[in-house]
Structures are given as C-alpha cells and as structure tokens.
Design a protein around this ligand. Structure first.
Ligand code: F2R
Ligand code: MG
Ligand code: MG
Length: 349
C-alpha cells in the first residue's frame, strides 16, 4: 500500500468524533429521512455558531481513553486502559453508555481487582457482551500499530476489557482491520478491500471460542465473514434501498449488526450520488448515509467516519463541522501523536 500519511491519521480520528457527535441526534430513531439528515448537517455550516456544541458520547469518551493509554505506554497496557475507562465513566457517567457495560466500568474501579478481564467475563450470565462498545473504540489501534498482527491482537484485547463474547471483540478486530487497510490506500480498490477483510476474518473466526459463541447464539458458522459476503453482494448492486441495507446488515447495537454496516456505508459512498448535495465530499457522504440508516447512528457513523477519514484524509473534512463537535480538535492533535508512534514502531523503534 501507499505510505500512511499524517492527513489520513487526522482524517480517521477526527471523522470518528464527528460521526459520534452528529450521529447522536438520531440514535435509536427507527426512520430517518435523508432530508432531516441534510438539515441537521446543514446547521453545522453556520459559522456564527459552533465551538463544540454537539457533545460526544461514550464512543468518543472511550476512544480517547484508548488513545491516551496507547500513547502513554507506547503500546498496550491492559491495567492502564481499564483504569482509564472506569475513571472516565465515573467522571462523566452521562455520555450514553450501554446499560450492561456500566456494571463492568464500576467493577473496574475496584482497587482489589486482580484480573481486569474478569468483570467483562461475568456479563450476561457469563456469556459476555456482544454489543458494539468494543468496536466503537477500536480505530486507534490501527493508528498506533503498523503491523496487522498487532492491530488484530490489541484491538481484541482492548475490547475484551468490556466485551468477552467473540461477537463483541471480533467486531472490534474487524473495525480496526478496516481502518488499517484504509490507511494504506486499500479503498482505491474496493473489491480487493472487501476480499482482504473476508480473508482476514476467516482466520479470526476460525478460533474455537468464536465457533462456540456462534453456535450458542445461533448465528452463521463465521458470522462476520457471512455478513461481509452480504456487504460484497450489496456492493455489486447498482441500486440498494435503505430498507434492504437494514434488513441484510442491520443497524443495531450488536457489533454484528453494525460493524459490517459501517463498512458498507463507506463502500457505498465512494462515488457521488444524487441524494447528496454536489458540494459533499466522501466523508460528508459517508456520515450522512450512516445517519439515514437510523438505529445506532452515532456508533455506525463513528466507525464509518474512521474508515472514510483514513481514506480521504483531513482535507475532506469541513472546518465548520470540526468547530461544532466537542473533542474534534483534540482528536486532530492526538492523530499527530499516533502518527509519530506508528512510524516509530514501523522503523523498529
Ligand atoms: N447505549 C447506547 N444508546 C442507548 C441509550 C442511550 C442513553 N441511555 C441515552 O439516552 O442517553 N449507546 C451506546 O451503547 C452502544 C455500545 O454499547 P456497549 O458498550 O456494547 O454496551 P453493552 O451494555 O455491553 O451492550 C449493549 C446492549 O446489547 C445487549 N447485549 C449485549 N450482549 C448481550 C448478551 N450476551 N445477551 C443479551 N443482550 C446483550 C444488551 O441490551 C446491552 O445493554 C453504542 O451504541 C453506544 O453509542
Ligand atoms: Mg454513543
Ligand atoms: Mg451508539
């Protein structure tokens, strides 16, 4: 692939925050007309307003913990990352966390805790969470580690601090892989991009725990691979309705029903389309389309934003959007630090 430029790092981290902030308006809505999406996004162009008035939610709050932890330790440290998650939650519990994960975050605060993975294992009668909370904060792993094995390994471990079901943590692996590939220009060849994701996930889902979870939850043998095949089928179609995307891929809070959907949003919006204003670039199209799906809009737009931002770079992101979204300027600064870490590690440092 092409060298991962600073612009791509900035695009990825900033567009993830924007997706979360602008997506919050529609989270949980069943139907979201494109007109309402465009009206909402249009309000971000009023230069007389702004200064972070759209607040970020749990997606960004936890991603910021991931970023700070990776930078502080120049690598993955599970104790530190777990501590940051619980501190962040107790400082700002009103960021819209999932109703299950808050129990993990409270237990992670205990000084007596010796195994930081244990609270997540106890969730949902010992099955663990399959929510998308691990995936929504997985993009920074792709921005910190240049080699694909580390991206997979640490995205998985980082997610397992709260999500011990493979349908949760493998969603994080898939999201981090998509950002990793996009960072290297892989979206220039969309068919190859999706085929590479399928090949990687074939290996990830061959794991015994993944097979067991899929069987218990009555999912396909390799659930993420199966969904990625659906993404590929939808990509090949000249016209796809919002309803078909929702029924084939989902728009819900489970990682399985949202990570492949986010990947589809990026692929579907690679070219201009009639439903978007002509002035829209790729990041704006991707975020607008993610919102129009309804459901878990902040998280789907956050994940799609990260993948799209890594492809188009910071130049594709409107300055006024950055001004309106809490944490977007911080994300831009952190992207520079992650870029440095990534290049140091790629030179064996
Ligand atoms: N939680 C939300 N949005 C809805 C509420 C918003 C808030 N109350 C408000 O209005 O301000 N958004 C955020 O949550 C998602 C990420 O959730 P996460 O971190 O995965 O949480 P959790 O609790 O682990 O899982 C989410 C739900 O999925 C179901 N679930 C998961 N595993 C399950 C299992 N093994 N068996 C049965 N159900 C399982 C449960 O309903 C969980 O509560 C993001 O959208 C983020 O934006
Ligand atoms: Mg959220
Ligand atoms: Mg959400």
């Amino acid at each position: 692939g092409v060298p991962a430029s600073l612009s791509r790092f900035r695009g990825a981290l900033v567009a993830a925050v924007l997706g979360d902030c602008v997506g919050g308006e529609f989270e949980g809505a069943e139907e979201v007309p494109m007109e309402s999406v465009l009206q909402h996004l249009n309000s971000l162009n009023d230069e007389t307003k702004g200064n972070g008035i759209l607040e970020y939610s749990d997606d960004t709050a936890m991603a910021r913990c991931v970023v700070q932890s990776l930078l502080t330790h120049a690598g993955f440290n599970e104790q530190d990352m777990a501590r940051r998650f619980s501190k962040e939650y107790s400082a700002s519990p009103g960021r819209g966390y999932g109703s299950g994960v808050i129990h993990v975050l409270k237990k992670l605060a205990s000084p007596q805790l010796s195994d930081v993975y244990q609270p997540a294992r106890n969730q949902f009668n010992g099955r663990g969470s399959f929510g998308n909370g691990g995936a929504m904060r997985a993009s920074p792993f792709a921005l910190a580690f240049p080699d694909i094995a580390s991206v997979k390994r640490f995205a998985r471990l980082g997610a397992m601090l709260t999500h011990s079901c493979s349908l949760g943590y493998n969603g994080a692996v898939l999201q981090a892989l998509a950002v990793h590939l996009s960072l290297q220009g892989a979206l220039d060849l969309p068919q190859k991009f999706i085929n590479t994701l399928i090949t990687e996930m074939e290996e990830v889902e061959a794991d015994e725990a993944a097979r067991n979870d899929a069987r218990i939850l009555k999912e396909a043998e390799k659930p993420f691979c199966e969904r990625l095949h659906r993404v590929r089928d939808l990509m090949d179609r000249s016209k796809v309705s919002i309803e078909e995307v929702i029924s084939e891929l989902g728009n819900g809070i489970a990682a399985l029903h949202s990570v492949p959907t986010a990947i589809f949003c990026v692929l579907h919006c690679l070219q201009p389309q009639e439903c978007f204003p002509e002035s829209y670039g790729g990041v704006e199209r991707t975020i607008a389309y993610s919102l129009a799906l309804g459901g878990d809009t902040d998280t789907i737009a956050c994940m799609a934003g990260a993948i799209a931002g890594a492809h188009y770079g910071i130049k594709a992101i409107p300055q006024t959007w950055i001004k309106f979204c809490e944490g977007a300027e911080d994300a831009d600064l952190n992207a520079e630090r992650l870029h440095m870490m990534y290049h140091q590690l790629s030179q064996g440092g």
